[in-house]
Design a protein around this ligand. Structure first.
Ligand code: CP
Ligand code: NVA
Length: 312
């Protein structure tokens, strides 16, 4: 049975732990050079939105694992001229061994996975960004030495990055508290799911509206842009609604002395975060960016290795 990674709910606690261990091993082993787990395999990367980190880290990951990354801008596919997602999925499944997709609609991603006979990996949808969450968990574990019991504060939009991080933290027993403006909460069904996972792991999930309250005593403070891709027409309203949600030195000073500051990037400096914080001594944003590569190698290994087609 093929496995997909569309959201963090697709992974059990044991599987997330296994992926983090594997990612750590890929990170340590990188200087030894390329490996061959994906030898003979092609991975299609379909991007409907711009990307720096996800695209480059997936291309490099597949290349360093001995496979071939095939970048496909959705504008250059017949998708852009009305071919259905289902027919695209069925066609690509005859050529390549896996699909990594950044999509404008989560439903389209689900459809892509449903009609593909090969694994589909979410490279960001409006609902989730699981590859980001795996890299973030790896970064927290490296920096703080634990995930269980870790106090994680999210400040800002209850968006795709927030959703996947919330599920990941809840799965591994962290205490996840988010402060979002009213109306920008993560979807209720994902909060419910995260709470159920937190009950099993010993973690907790709280969604509130006061940045100062959630940052107080936090060991990790995380933010993301106020205006995600696809929400550009809401920019002016969001600018107003997110007043008071900027992570600046004053807000960060309420956190634990050893706090780490995290951001998935790209950042809108001066909006959700000040230069002083993102360039300051607590910031680990480029470790996060690096860890995308190692975490995605672990995902590719888990979902794609062992699926090589035999020679004719
Ligand atoms: N964090 C992240 O996904 O960045 P890109 O949009 O550059 O891929
Ligand atoms: N929430 C942001 C993340 C970008 C990596 C977006 O969806 O645009």
């Amino acid at each position: 049975m093929k496995r997909d990674l569309l959201g963090m709910e697709d992974l059990s606690r044991r599987e997330v732990e296994e992926l983090l261990r594997l990612a750590g091993r890929y990170k340590k082993g990188r200087k030894k050079g390329s490996s061959s787990e994906l030898r003979g395999k092609t991975v299609a990367l379909i991007f409907e939105k711009p990307s720096t980190r996800t695209r480059v880290s997936f291309e490099v990951a597949v290349h360093e694992m001995g496979g071939k990354p095939l970048f496909l801008s959705s504008q250059e596919l017949q998708l852009s001229r009305g071919e259905t997602v289902a027919d695209t999925a069925r066609t690509l499944s005859r050529y390549v061994h896996g699909i990594v997709a950044r999509v404008s609609s989560h439903d389209n991603l689900v459809e892509l996975a449903r009609y593909s006979t090969i694994p589909v990996i979410n490279a960001l949808s409006p609902l989730q960004h699981p590859c980001q969450a795996l890299a973030d968990l790896l970064t927290m574990q490296e920096q703080k030495g634990k995930l269980k019991g870790l106090k994680v504060a999210w400040v800002g939009d209850g968006n795709n990055v927030c959703n996947s991080l919330m599920l990941g933290c809840a799965t591994l027993g962290s205490h996840f508290r988010a402060a979002v403006p009213p109306g920008y909460e993560p979807p209720a069904e994902l909060v419910e799911l995260a709470r159920r996972r937190a009950e099993e792991s010993g973690g907790s999930v709280e969604i509130g509206h006061d940045p100062k309250e959630v940052v107080s005593g936090a060991e990790v403070v995380y933010t993301d842009v106020f205006v995600s891709m696809g929400k550009e027409e809401e920019r002016e309203r969001r600018k107003r609604d997110f007043q008071g949600f900027q992570v600046n030195s004053q807000l960060l000073s309420l956190a634990s002395e050893e706090v780490i500051f995290m951001h998935c990037l790209p950042a809108h400096r001066g909006e959700e975060v000040t230069d002083e914080v993102i360039d300051g001594p607590h910031s680990v944003v480029f470790d996060q960016a690096e860890n995308r590569l190692h975490a995605q190698k672990a995902v590719l290994f888990k979902l794609l290795s062992g699926r090589a087609r035999s020679s004719p």
